[in-house]
Design a protein around this ligand. Structure first.
Ligand SMILES: Nc1ncnc2c1ncn2[C@@H]1O[C@H](COP(=O)(O)OP(=O)(O)OP(=O)(O)O)[C@@H](O)[C@H]1O
Length: 243
């Protein structure tokens, strides 16, 4: 799903926390959103997810305003995902149940995605009794099981161990992106942005200072982005401070 935003801003308590002139996201790409705490990243994602309204401005999905059809094709996973007080199997099958798929298809798809995320052992466990990392995996599996056209992820691997992070990155790159999905991912893990994103957006004080193709992003001349990344230029070329 292609997304376009024009002259859009959001005010909270008399403060402009997001101010966008022009921003587009295209299908079949993974976008990273990076920037300091309080920069406006989650606000941007919530506006795209239609969970928050902009104070002013335009946001279009495939050139049209939000519709129930657009909403059906998108999914948003928050920093602290809300899971239903049911088994993990039930949580993950929920998006398929509300789309009225038949039981056999539901079971096949849920078991396949649980296998992808290596969480088959959680099938019967109550989703409200999980560790933080397990909860993120179940929430991601629930988001991916219906093959969304637009996938909005707010720090999806923040609580995961290194091999789980690698597994999730593999799933996004090799199983979800090839479906033509637009993936927008907020991350504080700059190495993750470098590994999986086609383009990276740098946001600070609600303003987008940079939206660049991955390699170019790490060769930026923008002083704010460079400071954030702790980029240094050495005789060997660019050195990534915290990548
Ligand atoms: N519902 C709200 N009411 C009032 N202010 C809000 C609300 N949500 C966010 N803000 C403010 O808007 C600004 C942007 O917040 P946002 O959550 O978008 O930042 P962020 O870049 O996602 O930060 P982090 O990296 O810490 O998650 C912050 O100053 C925050 O305090």
């Amino acid at each position: 799903m292609n997304i376009t935003m024009e002259n859009l801003y959001k005010i909270y308590n008399n403060k402009k926390v997001l101010d966008i002139g022009n921003l587009t996201f295209e299908k079949n790409k993974i976008y990273g959103i990076v920037g300091p705490n309080g920069a406006g990243k989650s606000t941007l994602l919530k506006i795209i997810a239609s969970l928050e309204k902009p104070t002013e401005g335009i946001i279009l999905y495939e050139s049209s305003p939000i519709s129930s059809e657009n909403l059906k094709g998108m999914t948003y996973v928050s920093q602290n995902p809300y899971l239903l007080d049911r088994s993990c199997f039930n949580n993950i099958s929920y998006p398929l149940q509300i789309r009225k798929m038949d039981n056999k298809t539901i079971e096949d798809r849920v078991l396949t995605i649980m296998k992808d995320f290596k969480i088959e052992y959680l099938k019967e466990q109550m989703a409200t009794k999980l560790s933080a990392g397990e909860g993120q995996k179940v929430a991601l599996a629930r988001a991916l099981v219906f093959k969304p056209e637009l996938l909005l992820l707010d720090e999806p691997t923040a609580n995961m161990d290194p091999s789980s992070i690698e597994m999730v990155e593999h799933i996004l790159l090799n199983k979800i992106k090839p479906l033509g999905t637009t993936i927008i991912i907020i991350t504080h893990n700059i190495g993750q942005a470098k590994r999986i994103c086609d383009e990276i957006v740098y946001i600070e004080d609600g303003i987008i200072y940079e939206k660049e193709e991955n390699n170019n992003f790490f060769r930026t001349d923008n002083l704010k982005t460079r400071k954030f990344l702790s980029l240094e230029y050495t005789d060997m070329g660019w050195k990534y401070g915290n990548v």
